[in-house]
Ligand binder design. Sequence first.
Ligand SMILES: Nc1ncnc2c1ncn2[C@@H]1O[C@H](COP(=O)(O)OP(=O)(O)O)[C@@H](O)[C@H]1O
Ligand SMILES: [Mg+2]
Length: 224
Amino acid sequence: MRTIMLMNSKGGCGKTTLATNIATWFADEGHKVVLADFDPQGSTLDWLAARQDYEGIPEIGGIDAAKGPLNPPRGTDYLIMDAPAAIHGKALSTMLRRVQSMIIPVMPSPIDIRACSRFIEELLTSGHLSRHRTRIAVVANRVRENTIIYHKLEKYLDSLDIPFLTSLRESQNYIRAAERGLGIFEMAPSAVYDDLLQWDPILEWLSSKESLPTPLKKKTKKRA
Ligand SMILES: Nc1ncnc2c1ncn2[C@@H]1O[C@H](COP(=O)(O)OP(=O)(O)O)[C@@H](O)[C@H]1O
Ligand SMILES: [Mg+2]
């Protein structure tokens, strides 16, 4: 089972949006997908409830991980986890134990950039990542190109020692899709063409070995 988590210490940066869209991508590809919502606000579960109104779209399972245990059903191919906003220390480490790939969405705003840099600093220096071998990448979200703050964000994300996959533009398509419990991959392709192009690097990363935990090195016995 592949495990993917959307995480950031800041709310409103697009964790639920990315989690639900990634879920629909894999579900539309024919995989068995389960979304785990760790956020007590339950936005992902609301999205799943809206999805029930449609026929002919692939089913996605849901787990209320804010209230109960994280037990994905047998046969789950992809477990996509929508993390709560503020999580640090031991709780963060415990959560990372279950995560192969983590995507951190960041918005172009001074507060978000600062919060994100503190969060990434904590991740990189605490040893949580290396202990659990979780791979991480960042994505800029709700971007308006040609704004000073976007250039600042781009510069900051480029400077990090982790992959900066793509920038997703600010687009009503995400809001329209979310209202209906759909992903942008399930909308009329002509309406979402520009958005879909921006998703390619995310899907490529998630499908590549680069997003899988680094293999453990075998201990070599020293010859006498
Ligand atoms: N690229 C985007 N363009 C437009 N609206 C977006 C985009 N990404 C997220 N949103 C909207 O911003 C709000 C916060 O996003 P959300 O995914 O719920 O963040 P989080 O889960 O991190 O709190 C939601 O209303 C969502 O629909
Ligand atoms: Mg959310």
